[in-house]
Structure formats: structure tokens, C-alpha cells
Design a protein around this ligand. Structure first.
Ligand SMILES: [Zn+2]
Length: 476
């Protein structure tokens, strides 16, 4: 039996407010019955709403309400920050629909038609990815970023993927900050130093535990990923495609930690600048950091060295909205993670931002998928693919002439678009993340057809040009 929304208005449901961990170290709490029709990012769950009774952990009803609460709170948080008129990409439809159990896997996906979650039993424990509010808000983050910047979906560049994964983790973090109880807990846990590892910085403890039982070095020792980290920027075209979790690689969930780590430090710095160091100030710091990130995503051109460009645009957004009040916190955070070189950070003076900032306030979200991208055609044979292959490379012009740190000093020279795109393709193939249909494989194709390996891309006939194209199917 289902109930109507008006019947639910005064009722509450039991949910997890943060990732349960393993063994579950989080007590379920009572929240108002979540409203999924949240504008401008309405969501739905592809099954009828169960009774909002006292169903506890381990029941489908409990998982439903955890996911619904995470979707609703995440949508509300982002909805307050995005420019008016922002909406899901057209293929999603009016409402983003979540499928809570699509079979056996330790994963979750945003597919551009909806969200998909899975389950798997590991060491006797049934782990559902939809039962973690952090994972649900991470996937929702992919959909929100896609709405703001659809050009990142098919861009053949490591830094687009890295920003997507960082944005997902930031989505989980900023939504968690909406809860007063969690803000109080985190301030106690970190003694006010938000850079430290805490419930806020540790992502997806339970899924991390499950993966660790199968592959010890694939994730952090205490979670899936930790935003409290020291990973220093390297040009991803020079990084290995894969490696253990304690190393930096060009893989999206690894490389994202450079940006999400800097974001956590920026948040910590903005918090330190608040007049009081209490939970209300932490809520305010989250709003400021989230707003600056949204502003930067909407305004920054899609270029190689995209992390640096986003960092520069956050500093510019702060100049525009707050008169540069948080510039020191931002510069320090991005320099400490190497996203901005010292000379890049110090070159972004108020005068420089004003000189180059034309159009920042008028930047609009959305646009066509290939807007600002340029195509690079490579010979597929070198990659085990028959015929020419079209890649979408970063093609926009830099607003700020800035880049990341060169470890030997000064600034790195950003890679050219062709190198960015071909390096991206090679790494995807090295990680086995590309579906290549039989008809497009050369005799020496390297595709391994391991069904347990998830793919993010497919080789398909190009819609825009002659030959084949690298097409994204999902973000994990
Ligand atoms: Zn993701």
C-alpha cells in the first residue's frame, strides 16, 4: 500500500544521516518524510513509497527512506546555489529517477537517464550502495554538475573526470553540513580544525570496507576516499593510469582527491575567518564555499589545466561576491595542493581579476554538449580499433593565464588539447573502461571482456563526423 504526500506531511521516517560504516557505527535518526519534488532538481525513486513506519536497517523500506532523504536534502542544497533556470540535462527528463537495486555490484552510477545503485554480500554482510547517504549524494552531484556543465560529459580530459568525482564528494560533504547535529559532531571531532580527517571528510566508509575485503589496497584504510589528504597536483598526462589508493594516479577517483582535498582546506580556511567558530559559522562557510564552486563551474572555460582555471574562477567569484574576503583561504588551499603555482596564485590580484573578469557575472549554465570543445581525430589501429576515432578535446581559450605547480619550481606548461585527449583515451583503454563492439575491433584489440569490470565509455559510430567516436555512458 502506498500513501499520498499530504498524508506524510507530519510524519517522520528512520534514516541514516551519514554513511553507516562497517560494522555500522551510526544510529538511525528520525527525519521528516522527504519531499522529492524539490525545484529546480526534482527526483524520484523507481518504486512506490513504503509506509513511513519504523522500518529499521536491513529492510527495503529503510533503504528507500535513506535514499529519498539523501536525494531530497542534496537537491535542496544545490538548488539554493545554482543560477535560476538550471535544470537536468534533457535526456534525464523532468525528474531524475533513482533505481535502488539494479543487481550485484559494489558501485553506483549516473547514466544521464537516472541513478543506479547495487548490492553485494561481502564477508557475510549485505552492502547496498543506496543505503549510504554519501553515495546517493555523490551520484546526485554528478547529475547536478552535468546540468551546470554538460560539456564535461564527453570531454576527453582527465581533469573533467576528476572534477566530476570531486564534485560528487563535495556534494556529499556540503549536504552533510546542512545538518546541525553533524556540524556539532564534526567540530568536536576535529576540535575546529576542519582540515583533519573526520566524519565529514571520510567518504563511503561501508562501501570502502566491502571493497577492502576483496582488494586491500584499492581504497583508503578507513573509508572509500578521504578529502583530508595531501595529494599534490601533477599533470595527469604524466601520471600512471592506475595504482594503489595511497598513490596519485590519473584514474578519476584518485585524481579527484587533489581537487576535493583543496576544497576541504578552502572550506576550513573560510570557517576560520568567521567571527565565531561555532556550528552556525560552519553552515555559513559551507554555503560560501559551495556558492564559489558553482560560480566557478558555470564561468570557467573547459581547458587543459582545468583545475587551475576553476581555482582561479573561485578566487574571481569571491572578488565579485565578497570583495575578495576569502581570497587568502582560497589561494592557500590551492597552492598547498599544487593546483595553483605560487606565481599563479599571486598573479590573481584584484586588478587582474577585474581586467579579465568581463562576462563572469553573466555566465550561464547548460548549453550544448560540444560547446567550446574541439575534435581531435586519431588513427584507431594504434588502439586496437578499426578506423579513425573522433575525440572531444578541450578547446576554449583560458580566461586566466595560470597553471599548476611544477614540482621543480614555477608553473607547469598545460598540455596541448591533442595530448590531453590521446592520453585520456590511452588511460581508459589501459584500465579496461571502454566497450568496443566486435565489429570495431582490430585483430589485435586489447579489450578483455571481463564482465566484472565496469565500463564508462563505448566506441560508437560518430553522430557528428565520419568514423567512430568515444562516447561516455556513465559516471561511477
Ligand atoms: Zn562518481
Amino acid at each position: 500500500m502506498t500513501v499520498q504526500p499530504q498524508q506524510m506531511a507530519d510524519q517522520t521516517v528512520l534514516v541514516y544521516a551519514s554513511d553507516p560504516g562497517e560494522p555500522p557505527g551510526v544510529t538511525p535518526v528520525r527525519h521528516p518524510v522527504p519531499q522529492l519534488e524539490t525545484q529546480p532538481f526534482p527526483t524520484a525513486i523507481a518504486q512506490p513509497a513504503p509506509q513511513p513506519d519504523s522500518a529499521g536497517p536491513g529492510t527495503p523500506a529503510f533503504r528507500y527512506w535513506v535514499a529519498a532523504d539523501a536525494l531530497s536534502s542534496g537537491s535542496r542544497m544545490w538548488g539554493a546555489l545554482v543560477p535560476s533556470g538550471t535544470q537536468w540535462v534533457p535526456s534525464v527528463g523532468r525528474v531524475l529517477t533513482a533505481h535502488l537495486d539494479e543487481g550485484v555490484d559494489l558501485n553506483a552510477f549516473y547514466t544521464r537517464t537516472g541513478l543506479e545503485f547495487f548490492h553485494r554480500t561481502v564477508a557475510g554482510v549485505e552492502v547496498f550502495s543506496a543505503q549510504s547517504p554519501e553515495i546517493v549524494r555523490h551520484e546526485l552531484g554528478h547529475a547536478v554538475l552535468d546540468a551546470l556543465r554538460p560539456q564535461l560529459w564527453n570531454a576527453a580530459m582527465h581533469e573533467a573526470d576528476g572534477v566530476h568525482e570531486a564534485f560528487g564528494d563535495i556534494s556529499a560533504l556540503l549536504t552533510a553540513l546542512q545538518l546541525e547535529s553533524l556540524r556539532v559532531t564534526v567540530l568536536t571531532e576535529t576540535q575546529g580544525n576542519l582540515e583533519l580527517s573526520s566524519q565529514l571528510s571520510r567518504m563511503a566508509e561501508q562501501l570502502g570496507w566491502a571493497i577492502r575485503q576483496l582488494e586491500r589496497d584499492a581504497v583508503d584504510p578507513d573509508c572509500l576516499r578521504n578529502m583530508s589528504n595531501h595529494f599534490f597536483y601533477r599533470d595527469p598526462v604524466e601520471l600512471p593510469p592506475d595504482g594503489p589508493a595511497n598513490t596519485l594516479t590519473s584514474a578519476p577517483h584518485s585524481f579527484s582527491r587533489v581537487f576535493s582535498g583543496a576544497f576541504l582546506k578552502a572550506l576550513a580556511g573560510i570557517f576560520r575567518q568567521q567571527p565565531a567558530q561555532d556550528q552556525a559559522a560552519l553552515a555559513r562557510a559551507g554555503e560560501i564555499a559551495g556558492q564559489l564552486l558553482v560560480d566557478a563551474i558555470v564561468a570557467a572555460p573547459v581547458v587543459s589545466a582545468y583545475y587551475a582555471q576553476l581555482a582561479g574562477h573561485m578566487i574571481a567569484a569571491d572578488q565579485r561576491r565578497f570583495g575578495g574576503a576569502h581570497g587568502r583561504a582560497l589561494r592557500s588551499a590551492f597552492v598547498r595542493h599544487g593546483i595553483l603555482s605560487l606565481e599563479a596564485a599571486t598573479s590573481l590580484t584584484a586588478a587582474e581579476v577585474a581586467r579579465r573578469g568581463a562576462g563572469l557575472a553573466e555566465a550561464m549554465p547548460g548549453g550544448s554538449d560540444d560547446q567550446g570543445l574541439t575534435t581531435v581525430t586519431v588513427q584507431g589501429m594504434a588502439y586496437g580499433i578499426k578506423g579513425p576515432l573522433v575525440l572531444n578535446a578541450p578547446g576554449e581559450v583560458r580566461r586566466f593565464g595560470i597553471a599548476g605547480s611544477d614540482p621543480v619550481g614555477g608553473s607547469l606548461r598545460p598540455a596541448d588539447p591533442e595530448q590531453v585527449a590521446t592520453s585520456y583515451l590511452e588511460d581508459l583503454l589501459r584500465r579496461g573502461r571502454v566497450d568496443v563492439p566486435q565489429e570495431y575491433r582490430s585483430d589485435t584489440a586489447v579489450v578483455d571482456d571481463n564482465p566484472s569490470r565496469f565500463t564508462t565509455h563505448e566506441i560508437a559510430r560518430s553522430e557528428a563526423a565520419e568514423g567512430l567516436a568515444l562516447v561516455r555512458r556513465r559516471f561511477a
